[in-house]
Design a protein around this ligand. Structure first.
Ligand code: ADP
Length: 304
């Protein structure tokens, strides 16, 4: 495999279901070793996109290359592990049976007993699928996606329906998967999940990518406002701050100052204060989070 090549390259992908254009002109590249998120509201086209990447659907337009190969390449099935939304097994199948069966599909499978242990299912090998908790079922579906020793794991909405603790446990698992050297393509509609887990995120809305960046970059890109509050050690001439290009507004209330701005406003204000030997007491910064950025990005995408 060529060094430095993207693990996944999606270029101008389009997919229709009858008259519905589910994905229109979507392009992104996932680098080896990263956790790449596809974030968007329900119906945005996330699942369709990853199904095309996984070779489970044929694109109507554009190209998908995974590990340098064209989508649909048979060998790719051995290199890409897929955990699809609400994948269910027969109720009576045991954890051990499912893992053993799936492992048999691959030429170089992982040690499924060890994998089950790593995923906290070591004591559940004889348990039937129907008797597992939601969190255990999710862990099993992750184990099944990984049992073939894939280079890429595609995980679709895997924390939907989990309680907060199980969701956090799943996040740790995904980080461990990445730390094993597996590239992760993760579909989610949870902002917090995307923010905590992903190295980069493509925000998809109505079948199109409306932004692609790191979580922090998305917040910046959405023009996120930052609000700074502090008490200067000496009275402050507001012009010092209003002159800064990053600053949008300055308000004084008694001995307190509130500054709003964008970009590197925190650094700019801090540097200005330091240059004038002003100490900022009780310095606080509030910032838009990915939630705010997402709403702004997707409402822009809707032409609002
Ligand atoms: P997401 O994963 O973001 O919720 P999907 O890719 O599942 O979005 O769906 C994108 C659009 O395509 C939606 O409008 C959905 O109703 C439609 N769609 C998805 N799957 C099918 C299908 N098998 N047949 C017809 N329409 C579909």
């Amino acid at each position: 495999m060529l060094e430095g090549m993207s693990a996944i390259e999606v270029t101008h992908l389009t997919k229709r279901y009858g008259d519905t254009v589910a994905v229109r002109d979507v392009s992104f590249a996932v680098e080896t070793g990263e956790i790449f998120g596809i974030l968007g509201p329900n119906g945005a086209g996330k699942t369709t996109t990853v199904e095309c990447v996984a070779g489970l659907r044929t694109a109507d337009g554009g190209t998908v290359r995974v590990l340098g190969r064209a989508g649909g390449d048979r060998e790719l099935r051995e290199l890409v592990g897929v955990q699809l939304q609400e994948s269910r097994l027969p109720e009576k199948t045991t954890v051990g049976e499912a893992l053993e069966l799936f492992a048999a599909f691959y030429p170089d499978p992982a040690d499924w007993r060890a994998l089950a242990g790593d995923l906290g299912l070591g004591g559940k090998l004889k348990e039937r699928f129907g008797r597992l908790s939601g969190g255990q079922q999710q862990r099993l579906s992750i184990a099944l996606a990984l049992v073939g020793n894939p280079r890429i794991a595609i995980l679709d909405e895997l924390t939907t329906g989990l309680d907060p603790q199980a969701r956090r446990d799943t996040w740790s698992l995904i980080r461990e998967v990445r730390d094993r050297g597996v590239t992760v393509l993760l579909v989610t509609h949870f902002m917090e999940e995307a923010e905590r887990l992903c190295d980069r995120i493509a925000v998809i809305d109505r079948g199109a990518v409306v932004a692609l960046d790191t979580p922090a970059g998305l917040v910046d890109r959405a023009g996120a406002l930052r609000r700074l509050r502090f008490r200067p050690s000496v009275p402050l001439d507001e012009v010092l701050l209003t002159d800064l290009p990053e600053v949008e507004s300055v308000r004084q209330e008694g001995d307190r100052i509130e500054v709003t701005g964008t970009g590197a406003v925190v650094q700019a204000v801090a540097a200005t204060l330091a240059a004038h030997q002003i100490i900022a007491h009780d310095f606080r910064v509030e910032q838009d989070n990915l939630d705010d950025a997402f709403v702004r990005l997707t409402s822009r995408g809707n032409g609002a």
